[in-house]
Design a binder for this molecule. Sequence first.
Ligand code: GDP
Ligand code: ZN
Length: 458
Amino acid sequence: PSIMAAQDTIVARATAAGAGGVAIVRLSGPRSWAVGRALLPWTARRPIIPRRMELGLVVDPASGEAVDQALAVFFRGPHSYTTEDSVEIHCHGGSACVWRVIGLAQAQGCRLAGPGEFTMRAMLGGRLDLTQAEAVGRLAAAQSDIEARLAMAMLAGGLGRALGPARQAIVAAAASVEAAIDFPDDAPELAGPAQATALEDGAARPLAALLAGTVGRAAYWEGAKVAICGRPNVGKSSLFNALLGRQRAIVSERPGATRDVVDEVLILGGVACRLADTAGLGPAADELDRLGQERATSFLADCDLALVLLDGSRPLTSADHAVLALCQDRPRLLVVNKADLPPAWQPSALGLGPTLAISATSGLGLNELARAVAEALCQGAAEPAPGEVVVNARQRAALGRGLAFVRRAVAELGRPEPRPELISLDLAGALAALGEVDGQGAPDEVIEAVFSTFCVGK
Ligand code: GDP
Ligand code: ZN
């Protein structure tokens, strides 16, 4: 969506696609009440009470045909989600009903909303800052409990509030630097060391603290790619299915049943993991096998964690050693499967560090494995507490840039003869970076990029 197009009236389905009990069509913008009135003829018979849900027919104004029976709520801006006049029509959940109602609104001049456009309007209307808007997007898409918790903490506005004092400290420093540039003769000398300390304490420290809180926590926000790898027949597909809790991948006594990478999202130890079952690695039996192995190794190359699966009931083979070598320098957990059978070798004799004993078929050790996965992905960092603000990847990148600018300014202020022009540039860079985080003064491209990841109707 373009920020420029915020004047027209938009329409979208606010609930997920597919059939459901109820589907909500949302209208927002200056003409939303007029359009709502046109589609809901009963509103002509009595005054509309904002925020009160009422039942009535949705009627095609052109033909007079009743297309659905629906609950409707009118909101008068600024007392609405978007801060604009808006209307919600709670239709029956069938796609046909929803699209007919949307079509009627379009016929009345509404435009289909782009991804996140309602929330963007809420932000432009001052209801939310960019961090809170992002939180809304994540709440609409959260997969793990902890991700939802992080989004709730961000929705409360803690990050925006944390940025306030840092921004003030930067602005205060910038003001005196500008004075030193504009009135080099009249202005007092740049009080370098004192200002360096003020900027360090007021901006660098709090920004560094926000960044420090993300160490090991990124996986809670961003999820992680986890690959199960190993030679054929060690039980990769069995483990994949056991963790998933259903038969998704083919399990076979015949090696080489899994040719492609099969992956699913599931929660392991609180982290949303894209877990992949990959083709067995070893001498390729045929062309298909070779291609499958190629896919497996490329998935392995960019996963966050590899579960290297070994069969504890059979002596290790050269293929096992090849897999171990392949994963040697990667984040990995060594997992010894088939612990329900008599062991054929001792993991401690391997000299590769700790291993986890599991049985994919009996379930032995799988809870421990899930915990170990989360611990490896989060480098042992504590689970975020309720209300604790942990920044996401986008915010972390911008904060990191802001902090680097602040530190350069602090260093320059600490020099015997600080050069105000340089400091001024760095402070401007720092403010721009903070603006990218909460949206204050951020360029349209930044804001549009954030909202482009939203679903339509949010
Ligand atoms: P993959 O080729 O690595 O995906 O291995 P599969 O999951 O297809 O399993 C190969 C064979 O090992 C199948 O016959 C499984 O039933 C068996 N298997 C897998 N895990 C276990 C286990 O923990 N214990 C025992 N006894 N057999 C297992
Ligand atoms: Zn398999």
